[in-house]
Design a protein. Structure first.
Lengths: 347, 347, 347, 347
């Protein structure tokens, strides 16, 4: 059952398509029948991504030449902006998981403000379901078009949404210092992403203005049922994969760190991919790299009434392609973890 | 079918046991029922290796307390020396893949010379089959005790054994410059393996005296049916996983680089895990990391009559745990690739 | 003029002594005449630290055998605890810069609480001057014993002390998320510091309980003339050198980010080693590594009334050995920057 | 005495100009009075290279607008090809150290073959002296135009030229496996040099066809007084700086490894920057990074009659800017080590 098309494979070597190919290589129910890439049309996927030369894959075709007649579902890995038009043009019976930012923001004015152009498919925006699997599982199961979350938003919302819903933390002064590997910072051959510019160092970027801010604030505001404004400082770390979000929060009056811990524990008790660590164990990014897991924990702060929450994910798996496969599994009525049992690659 | 015991898990955090656990997590036919670790007896595996806390595993037991009644096969991940005694004491019906060096050298005098003590189980040594899967598949299928090859020997013998057997290269002046990630260099908390000593640098080590030399020379000599002496210089690279062996060889009279290429192509044509790259594509370690693949290619040298052969593996997978699972699959009559479809984790 | 002794060189390969040797190699006025190291007595420094084999240095001697008759000043690089006794035993005419934590905390009860034993030289503690050069220059100039600051405290106090003194930021809710290279995390051959445990990852450590907390709070409280409690979360980054401190602060009523910027600008205008970056330039750790510089800048937060301050240093230079040489220059009446003009090594 | 101009600073962020600025920052006799950069004319050097913002430097000017009236010497850091024309146009009284490949090959036909265009300044080529300082010191002292050697050629010729001159090694079958950090592999924003493509891996490149081959063969052939053809395989390592060359050689009849060692020892006994290590100590790249040192040593091979020679340098210092300053010191009658006492930055 289930064959999939994968769009926009080749525009970027560090793109998301090869990560999905990697996951689908072990998926017992999905088979890749169409792969599109306008600029690389006619080429073999393995010549663009040599680590996947062992895979037997269809040649890349231009999107206009793609034959969707034998396709049930599509992963769309195109840059934001272009995605809206392309999805509009796809056959209506296809299930779609879109990995771009195009359908994540419910408010198309907010989209226009952060992305610099009017939304090109507002009617699809209304239909789209936000794909934070553990939080919106039922909606995703019935969706035709899922907007797969960004990596920072995934790592931040998984711990904060339940705590906010339960009114355990205050909405003011939520301060987030997040750290990402370079694969999350973009994909083009930019000077700023050269080995010589990245190795053995750290720097903050996009202070105040990172495009994941409205996505996080949308999720937290919905949980709070009132507008939440966050402080968000992302940092680029000299590592390929991995993301850590450190969240400094004020607890509601009378609430303790133990209350936060217990609430997260009961929220995620039966989840396969979200794990609250035991005791005071600190989540390490390297313990989830290569897997679809999110590890998290809660710590007391020296300042009374405050708590520190740390979550880690692989930004390319739970923060992108892994969650995408998890969502499509749900949409196709398959076990949610199918094809996703890759264990972390450590060391 | 098939449950396995895993011995010697915990003596070293960078040890091989967690890599086998990672592979078996996705193996449809093997189940881990016993895990031994004398010094960590009573502990949970996930508390020693936090990246595997999501796995439901038996608690660690001392080897003397292990119950093998429900066990079909054993992966033995103990340090050399101790392994010989322990395997002697195991029930005879168990299939065993030993990842140590204890049964790799057929000549027990050579073992004594390189490892500093007399062999403690010479009768088992006679029974042991050397587990270089693609080269000795039939023998492995019928073996009870397999000596899983070292990482350097795997990466060197896969290309050189067929070329030597076919008399395409000379036996003199085989010069090997090999490069390994740190996981191959040892596992203890040694100063030499600290991040500060390893990051952003390279150095040679064990020039002339690396313990993998007799293992390689044994394999090449058997292929040649005469004694082969190699030049072998291993280097430690600032990376965790990955191994590249560069082999500088003289071709037999009249032989061309194209002859070497064609012979390797026909030798490995049907193999799932050994791939000769197309054209002049250069094998990169990062394109196999996390997988059981060996990529190789052959290049012309500037010096007439010489060729350069480069092979790459993940030293912990094809160079250790992956080949071990591949071998046990064979020994148990299962498809050789079962549980080994992990694709490379790149980037 | 001026010969120096260097104590405690060899207990740790990643220790501070070699960093001071590196700096003194180019110092026109200091000459190393005595080097002590009890466990390595009799050895050559270059055999312990091969990157310094080109230096003509005295052999290591046990501290009890050291001849201080030709010595003017001492850098003391011993572990905390032992230092107090040893400095007590040194000739009184020696100028001393102590790089341990032993004399940093003015309150010996606080010392006892954080270090687990009663202070062994309370009378010296009273005499010691805290060596944060740009803040306490005049006191250092006249000091005999300087307690060289820790790395985190240097990177945090340089921006925060002037802002607190000028009452530009509130004393509550000072939240610090700091990131350090591995050289700052310790020096022994611990499993946690192996390349395989550190490379390609990040994790927090010592949440709430890092020993640099009381040192920072002491400095901020003195600036504020009232008790300050901070939130402090250090993270270990996969890099050798470098430290970034990100400080999330609330501004005093009516104060703007531009006020913070202008005050730091005027405070550090004439300083050689502390630089406020222009405009919205973000400090990168890699732009100061190998040098004695501290780069910093101030940014607006999305939450009104808050600001984000980022500072970067090389934890081993401005955070340790460089500031130590800077302090001894002052104590000896030399130009403060002598021997410290090493420019950053980038890339 | 001595002011310098620095040409071609800004075309590439990873370019050589900033490394020379770093060295000259501590040079007591050279002052930078002119800096050219056509595309960045009008900008400040520190805005292009933020790690050098603390330096007081002249603004960048287009080369046609440069005023050389107050200039004694020029470091030319332009890409090959363009350099020939530009140096032709410079005032004749200027001393010039050219860091490009433009004047390294004495045979302009060979230049044309490897660089794809006819040499544009053959008369200057005749005048140019090859700047391998320790080998050609007297010629450099009297030169007006010095062609600064490439990094691989420096690391290879320093050990091999004296051994060949003394007829201690055979000219056939000189096999070189060299490893370079990424700064040596190019400077542009190429996909192949991204962090995600380089980190945690190794690969060979330019097998047979690397442009440093003719430069090495020229030097070895001159030492041999007959044509030498080498086997040369460069590898790109996941590190920023550092270069290791491993040379596998056959010794002349009757020659021992000890003979090689003794000859190198006496050759480089009085040299400040070339060091033969003691005993069997292995050169590590990380022990020279940031310095102008070349460390080397000689090892016995398992194959009788063969030896293994390993040398390490910082490819950007002794392999480029450091040797350039060393050469200009000589040309200006200054102590050769002036401004070059930067010690290695380790760890």
């Amino acid at each position: 059952m289930g064959s999939t098309a994968l769009g926009g494979a080749a525009p970027a070597r560090a793109g998301l398509a090869p990560k999905i190919v990697r996951l689908l290589a072990n998926h017992p129910q999905f088979r890749i029948t169409v792969m599109t890439a306008d600029r690389k049309a006619g080429e073999q996927f393995g010549s663009v991504f040599p680590h996947l030369i062992t895979q037997d894959l269809p040649n890349l075709v231009a999107i206009k030449d793609a034959d969707f007649s034998d396709v049930d579902a599509v992963f769309c890995c195109l840059p934001h902006g272009t995605t809206q038009e392309i999805i509009k043009g796809l056959p209506k019976q296809l299930k779609i998981v879109d990995l771009s930012a195009d359908f994540r923001l419910r408010d198309i004015n907010e989209y226009a403000e952060w992305y610099g152009h009017a939304h090109r498919a507002p009617e699809l925006q209304e239909e789209a379901v936000y794909g934070l699997t553990e939080v919106l599982r039922d909606e995703i199961r019935n969706a035709r078009l899922v907007a797969n979350p960004g990596c920072y938003p995934t790592s931040i919302q998984l711990p904060l949404v339940p705590l906010i819903k339960a009114k355990l933390i205050k909405l003011s002064n939520i301060i987030i210092d997040a750290k990402s590997g370079v694969t999350g910072a973009g994909r083009g051959a930019k000077e700023a992403n050269l080995y010589t510019e990245i190795a053995e160092g750290i720097h903050a970027y996009g202070i105040k203005g990172h495009r994941h801010v409205p996505e996080v604030e949308q999720g937290l505001s919905e949980a709070a049922e009132s507008k939440v404004t966050i402080s968000f400082t992302p940092n680029l770390i000299c590592m390929k994969r991995g993301m850590q979000s450190t969240m400094f929060v004020e607890m509601a009056p009378g609430v303790t760190v133990s209350d936060l811990y217990q609430h997260l524990k009961s929220t995620y008790e039966g989840e396969e991919f979200v794990k609250l660590l035991n005791g005071s164990n600190v989540p390490h990014t390297r313990h989830v790299v290569g897997s679809n897991y999110c590890f998290m924990n809660v710590f007391e702060d020296r300042i009374p009434g405050r708590a520190i929450i740390i979550s880690v994910i692989d930004n390319l798996v739970k923060g992108a392609s892994g969650q995408a496969v998890q969502n499509l599994n749900l949409m196709m009525g398959l076990p949610e973890n199918m094809g996703l049992q890759y264990q972390p690659l450590f060391p």
